[in-house]
Design a protein around this ligand. Sequence first.
Ligand SMILES: C[S@@+](CC[C@H](N)C(=O)[O-])C[C@H]1O[C@@H](n2cnc3c(N)ncnc32)[C@H](O)[C@@H]1O
Length: 401
Amino acid sequence: MPQPPRRLKRSLMNTGGPITPWGEPGAAAKLAECLDVDPEVRLPFTHGFHTYPARMHPHTAERAIVRFGGKAGAVLDPFVGSGTVAVEALRAGRAFTGVDISAVALEIAWARTRVFRGGEERLVEREGVEIAHRASKFESDGLPLPGWGPDVEEWFSPHTLREVGLVAALVDEVKRTDLRRVLRVVLSSILVRLSKQASDSVTVVDRDWRPWPPKATYRMFAEKCREVARSYGFLAKDLRERGVKATEPEFWLEDARAVKLPRGAFALGLTSPPYPGTYDYAFHHFLRYPLFGEDARFARSREIGPRREFKKGGDALRRYEDDMTQCVKVALDALAPGAPLLLLIGDGRFGTRDVRADDLVRDIAARLGAAVPAGASQERTEWSFGGRRRKKAEHLVLVAR
Ligand SMILES: C[S@@+](CC[C@H](N)C(=O)[O-])C[C@H]1O[C@@H](n2cnc3c(N)ncnc32)[C@H](O)[C@@H]1O
């Protein structure tokens, strides 16, 4: 029996260092509590469904909604990514609107916020296992290359790409729309692991790459379907036992700088914007675009502060500040009077310059005539500025108008 390749393709959460609250003591202490999470904790409910670069920790989102979201009212996340805040808003019984430029992100967030009732989550497992079973009857090498195969061919061994194509085609045949969409996200969740890509946020070939044995795709897909069905079961049980009436979240494929949100409609803004020059979201997802039929150009041309732009230098940092100022303005306008906007943002680097994200948010707020009454900063033990000993930090910052 061939052994699966030994590869470390987990998206590791960074280990948190000491937390420093700053500003108005009451609010700062609450922000510090939101950051004080166990990075090793097994992600509950549907939070572990799909990896995503720079996911918010679910306990940060959960605590922030409880401590800053008032007793009721809608929650807004203008950079929703894979939907951590969406899941926690759902669990808190809140209406929710999430915005992102990536259709991949929105589809993951949508899948993570499904509430199956009456044990229907088991259909995810049943359909998934059935697809894996049907697929495994074919000889992998004899399968056709999927239509989108040539775009990503060099990132897979030939038999694995053909297997992925077959699973995608069988998923497309699933009649029930919600199941079909969920199963597609399940396939997306194992795609990077099946490929040569080093990890979700490292878009280079893994040096330790070795091909998966034939039919590993099907085993992995079926296993993931079982796991996801269990997660849905936990989420539905949690809502049922706490008597929470879940509200269907809204997900908008829009640019956070220009999205037309209803004015004064939200009780809380809670979001983690792109960190300055740190990630390249539009590229991190490139293997997934064909699966979702996404036109990558939409996200690529609108992404704020990507690493690729910071590397070019020029006025990338100034553009990032301008773009973020516009996003914060749009978000503040959508909040009810006095409602807080919480930004979770990490430090970055621009050329030889350290970019402290807390200072950046203070500058942005000042430009908008808004206040930054408090924050909490946590040293990230695994990140440093330019390979030196000074550690980068992540900051949870309160902005209010
Ligand atoms: C730090 S991630 C959010 C992660 C999310 N909190 C989670 O837990 O999965 C930042 C997100 O901002 C999105 N983004 C980048 N530029 C954007 C823009 N102009 N408008 C809306 N979203 C944007 C990226 O696609 C990415 O999903």
